[in-house]
Design a binder for this molecule. Structure first.
Ligand SMILES: Cc1cc2nc3c(=O)[nH]c(=O)nc-3n(C[C@H](O)[C@H](O)[C@H](O)COP(=O)(O)O)c2cc1C
Length: 340
């Protein structure tokens, strides 16, 4: 069901929510979106009739992401979250992506048309915005709930992206090997490792960005096949302790690639919107997701995935879906810091 687009011939109508309250509701939701290393690389500007999203170039990963692909995927995820929040407020959003070539930092301008009460599905997605968190490590072995995978595929397609499920063991093993190669290369590259470390604060840090030790397991299990997590703890032993030692979940879950047919900045924003749509939908099924972008930061590995595993579509994210009892905690900067 595609409920996020304005029905035709709707006049803007009177807002029942004050514009400043609406802006706060929307931005409070948007900042909950996933972003690479929780960099939260966004800024928002609100007026009576629109909310614009800008990149915050000071938060771009200059070493790992020099072209700004992950920056725009992150901002795209925030844009989709804004759409869900506007629907929760009964407002029908209209989004124009990268609307001004003279302002490359302007990711999207979001305006609103008529007022239509949210349907149950939209309310559900809104609830998932705060509940969804990135999972790191293994999943328990049970299959996804019936219909979940089909729904995830549809959600990606509705945002103009493809969610390719790797059904064969050989494909899953190949992708795991590429993720591992990406992770190893990262650890060997001093500049990249240092950049990642800057976004991985120690326990007790008061920072409201970066990936905190409450967001990853202290001893990540070796999944089968092995999809290594990023090394945020850097050998310090930080991270969440398992509830019951010896009962580590080792399944890699359902392995997928989120891809787009074109690979321009506009497609990265689209991919981000599709990513958050898929993640919120998964969360509504009680399904958690792990993300791996290590190999997508290296041209040769990304190209290998595109040609060999992604049907020549451009990979934007490696995803694993499954069930977990572990809950990660992540932090966000306050709205006042990002809403201009
Ligand atoms: C473009 C992008 C790339 C990401 N890459 C990874 C990754 O390689 N490994 C990982 O564990 N999480 C990855 N994430 C998830 C972020 O680390 C996560 O969204 C962020 O820390 C905020 O935490 P939360 O999703 O639990 O709210 C990525 C997210 C985005 C949007």
């Amino acid at each position: 069901m595609d409920v996020f687009h304005a029905p035709p011939d709707r006049s803007p109508g009177e807002l029942t929510t004050r514009p400043d309250e609406l802006a706060r509701l929307v931005v409070e939701a948007a900042v909950q979106a996933p972003s690479v290393h929780n960099t939260q690389p966004w800024r928002f500007r609100a007026s009576e009739s629109e909310i614009s999203v800008y990149t915050d170039p000071s938060r771009q990963l200059r070493v790992a992401d020099p072209r700004g692909r992950e920056l725009l995927v992150s901002c795209g995820a925030a844009v989709f979250t804004m759409r869900v929040a506007l629907r929760q407020a009964g407002v029908v959003p209209t989004v124009s992506v990268l609307p001004d070539a003279d302002q490359p930092d302007l990711v999207a301008r979001v305006t609103w048309g008529g007022q239509v009460p949210p349907v149950e599905y939209e309310r559900q997605l809104f609830t998932e915005i705060a509940r969804r968190r990135t999972h790191r490590g293994g999943f328990s072995p049970e299959p996804l709930p019936r219909g979940a995978l089909e729904a995830l595929r549809e959600e990606a397609a509705l945002e103009g992206a493809m969610l390719r499920v790797l059904a064969q063991d050989e494909q899953r093993a190949a992708l795991a090997a590429v993720v591992e190669a990406g992770e190893r290369a990262l650890r060997l590259d001093g500049a990249r490792a240092q950049e990642e470390a800057r976004w991985a604060p120690p326990p007790g840090s008061l920072r409201r960005d970066g990936v905190p030790p409450t967001g990853y397991p202290a001893r990540p299990p070796r999944t089968e096949p092995y999809f290594p997590s990023r090394d945020f703890a850097r050998g310090h032993g930080w991270g969440i302790r398992p509830h019951a030692p010896g009962q580590l979940s080792r399944s890699a879950g359902v392995v997928c690639i989120l891809a787009t047919s074109v690979d321009e900045p506009r497609d990265w924003v689209q991919a981000g919107q599709a990513l958050q749509r898929v993640l919120l939908c998964a969360s509504s099924f009680g399904v958690a997701a792990a993300m791996h972008s290590q190999p997508l930061e290296l041209t040769t590995l990304r190209e290998f995935i595109r040609v060999e595993l992604s049907g020549r579509a451009h990979p934007q994210m490696v995803l694993r879906f499954g069930a977990t009892s572990q809950t990660a905690v992540s932090f966000r900067r306050p709205v006042e810091e990002v809403l201009l």
